[in-house]
Design a protein around this ligand. Structure first.
Ligand SMILES: *Cc1c(COP(=O)(O)O)cnc(C)c1O
Length: 401
């Protein structure tokens, strides 16, 4: 690809942790469900309803298969990972009663988990927020030590959306299984990006978001295990009451087109995951090498742990990342999570790694994705490095001394 071809794609999108474009194959799969097949899947008395229901149930089976679930009934459709996280945490704790329920989670979780856990604590639940190591990983030993007789749920994300850190999920699931404690994982950044199988992992509840894996926005799922080692069913109190859809766990008319698109997107992401991760890993290494060469003073955040192939969180010494981003009109990236960009606070994830405030302020998050090309990486590296150098050499009064 020539620079001319890159120019037609400007601004270059390198913020794939915030969201991803819908894959054209997904758009195609949804096409018939907007107006021709518009039925309500819960309409049991006519063909419009039956056909919509068949589409939803096919999608549910496809999603169960892609996640390695035993039974399609373990998939509960939600509006996205935020709702799935809320349903998992609120659902488990409220089913038991907040008083006397203990929740264990980690400092680097998404606000959909952390703020839900804090809200439950206000309602009387006990809360333990575990620290992470320099690579952003929770220690399974810390999880084991945190569990008490009151512990209702442990929630640890599969992959972090800022630094890409992959959690030791199998080990944490093992600890929870031994102690008979439910294990939830927010896998919004992991599903379709790493090999992940709910049965092999032994996770009890798992949150998925369609728009993070090249599907439509506004749809996701919570995986809820049916067969536990103890034989007990997971009791979940709903957060939405109404028509009793999703076996009472999530009322509301099912969004047939979004569900069909979500299933297609997930199937594609899982089928292509291994090759795509290898490709993204090579692009990421190419980008780091060029940034080191063209800008220098590059520190990779979270480099100590295994990471998502498409993630690069880097600090540029002596630079203020927000100032660099403000001038980078032709490359779309961010300093941290879009989820909390309404609140201009330093990243709670980078702070949890123990990084100094100056290093946090100097950090950029770069997210490579399915349609990112080598030419785009080369272009982005040149542009980022140019702005970093400009910042360092300018007499910017705001520059740290
Ligand atoms: C994006 C994201 C969410 C929120 O998902 P939505 O589907 O946008 O509600 C939750 N957790 C993680 C880790 C995410 O990356």
């Amino acid at each position: 690809m020539t620079d001319g071809a890159v120019a037609s794609r400007v601004p270059i999108y390198l913020d794939h942790h915030a969201t991803t474009p819908c894959d054209p194959r997904v758009v195609e799969a949804m096409r018939g469900y907007w107006s021709a097949e518009f039925g309500n899947p819960a309409s049991a008395s006519h063909a419009f309803g039956w056909r919509a229901e068949a589409a939803v149930e096919n999608a549910r089976e496809e999603i169960a298969r892609a996640l390695g679930a035993e039974d399609p009934r373990e998939i509960v459709f939600t509006s996205g990972a935020t709702e799935s996280d809320n349903l998992a945490l609120q659902g488990v704790v409220r089913a038991r009663g907040a008083i006397g329920s203990h929740v264990v989670t980690a400092a680097t979780e998404h606000p959909a988990v952390l703020d839900t856990a804090r809200a439950l604590a206000k309602q009387g639940a006990q809360l333990t927020v575990l620290p992470v190591d320099a690579g952003g990983r929770v220690s399974p030993g810390d999880v084991a030590r945190a569990i008490t007789r009151e512990t209702a749920l442990v929630s640890v994300m599969a992959a972090n959306g800022e630094i890409g850190a992959l959690a030791p999920l199998t080990e944490i699931a093992g600890v929870c299984g031994e102690r008979g404690v439910l294990f939830h994982s927010d896998a919004a950044q992991a599903v379709g990006k790493i090999a992940l199988n709910v049965e092999a992992l032994g996770v009890d509840l798992l949150s998925v978001s369609s728009h993070k894996l090249y599907g439509p926005k506004g749809i996701g799922a919570l995986y809820v295990r049916r067969r536990r080692r103890s034989g007990e069913r997971i009791a979940l109190a709903p957060i939405l009451y109404g028509g009793g859809q999703e076996r009472g766990m999530r009322s509301g008319t099912l969004a047939t087109p979004l569900i069909v698109g979500f299933a297609r997107a997930l199937t594609i992401a899982v089928a292509e995951q291994a090759a795509e991760s290898a490709r993204l890993g090579r692009l990421r290494e190419r980008l780091v090498a060029q940034l080191r060469e063209l800008a220098g003073g590059v520190l990779v955040n979270g480099a100590e742990s295994p990471r998502l192939a498409g993630n690069l969180n880097v600090a540029f010494e002596g630079v203020r990342a927000d100032a660099v981003i403000a001038r980078l009109h032709d490359v779309a990236l961010s300093t941290g999570s879009a989820c909390s960009s309404a609140k201009p606070e330093p990243s709670h994830v980078l702070a949890a790694l123990g990084l100094a405030p100056e290093r946090i302020a100097a950090s950029l998050r770069i997210g490579l994705g399915r349609f990112t090309t080598e030419a785009e990486i080369d272009f982005a590296a040149r542009r980022i490095a140019a702005e970093v150098r400009t910042f360092r050499t300018s007499k910017n009064p705001a520059a740290p001394a």
